[in-house]
Write a protein that binds this ligand. Structure first.
Ligand code: ADP
Ligand code: MG
Length: 294
């Protein structure tokens, strides 16, 4: 029985005049390694269409999660937004300007942290800040480093190297580094995927707290329904691949600041969770069925 109406928005190609990021008819094709080029179609036989015709408008200061079966193309999409992977068709606009390469307007947080192992916490941040602004004054730089190290709760660990830190602390460095360059948006690809459940919970709470302070646009890929519900304003649900697309978008109405202890008492929580579970189950089951040839 439905206790509250759940706001499910079907995927559309409708454009929003206020969007910060516009993903328009975006397709990604990975060329087949041993393919034969067909001059008539312009395609190579054996090409792999990972995602096809994705449309998504992201408003400023919103927290958006992307969820979908494993291998559907979530990282592929995020990497195109980051400018790390070329777009095969369509376009992605940031403030109306097509994305063609990485830039300091987008901060990345990786699942495997991607820290420089020979640099300390402070040096990892300093490297990022100085790369983006080589002429930054020492005073301003040091103020930024202090501020972001403090923001993620790493004060006292400034001179430690990544190997001296736990996974959770390493990801705090990853988050601080991404934020220290003051990007317009934060792109996170399963940022807590490598962490144990408890550490994951702590970091989710940190992200919620930091998001309250900064309100930067976030696009986060996750496998966790609870994580998406705790953090997001909108949850984008992708279909299975190949030629994956956006199926539907859930609006998450919970007031902020959010608290993991009480969030499931909201009247919409149960229905949203059931909707996501059945979507993921349906899509993943279809992937498995295709794999075994049934
Ligand atoms: P997800 O992040 O949703 O798990 P990915 O974006 O990593 O999925 O991958 C989507 C699909 O594209 C998968 O089938 C994967 O095998 C394929 N793929 C990803 N990267 C490449 C690549 N560089 N070359 C060929 N195929 C790729
Ligand atoms: Mg991925």
């Amino acid at each position: 029985m439905r206790t509250a109406p759940v706001n499910i928005v079907p995927a559309t190609d409708q454009r929003s005049p206020t969007a910060q990021l516009s993903i328009r008819n975006v397709t990604k094709v990975f060329p087949g390694k041993k393919g034969v080029f067909n001059k008539l179609t312009g395609k190579t036989k054996g090409d792999f269409v990972a995602i096809q015709d994705i449309n998504l408008e992201i408003e400023p200061n919103t927290f958006v999660s992307i969820i979908g079966p494993s291998g559907c193309g979530k990282s592929t999409l995020l990497n195109m937004i980051a400018g790390l992977s070329p777009i095969s068709g369509g376009e992605i606009l940031l403030n109306g300007v097509p994305i063609t390469k990485p830039g300091p307007d987008r901060g990345m947080v990786f699942q495997n942290y991607a820290l420089m192992p020979w640099m300390t916490v402070e040096e990892n941040l300093r490297f990022a800040v100085e790369t983006v602004d080589p002429k930054i004054s020492q005073k301003k730089r040091d103020r930024i480093l202090k501020e972001y190290i403090q923001l993620v709760g790493l004060t006292g660990a400034e001179r430690k190297h990544p190997h001296e830190l736990s996974g959770g602390m390493r990801q705090r460095v990853g988050i601080a580094r991404a934020l220290a360059i003051d990007p317009q948006m934060l792109l996170m690809d399963e940022p807590f995927g490598a962490l144990d459940a408890l550490t994951r919970g702590f970091l989710q709470d940190e992200i919620e707290r930091i998001w309250e302070q900064q309100r930067k646009t976030v696009i986060m890929i996750t496998h966790s329904i609870e994580e998406a519900l705790l953090l997001s304003d909108r949850i984008v649900m992708m279909t299975r691949g190949p030629a994956a697309r956006v199926d539907e978008i859930l609006e998450v109405p919970f007031p902020r600041p959010r608290n993991r202890e009480t969030i499931d008492q909201h009247p919409a929580y149960h229905d949203l969770k059931v909707e996501m579970e059945s979507h993921l189950f349906r899509e993943t089951r279809a992937v498995e069925a295709a794999r075994v040839g049934t």
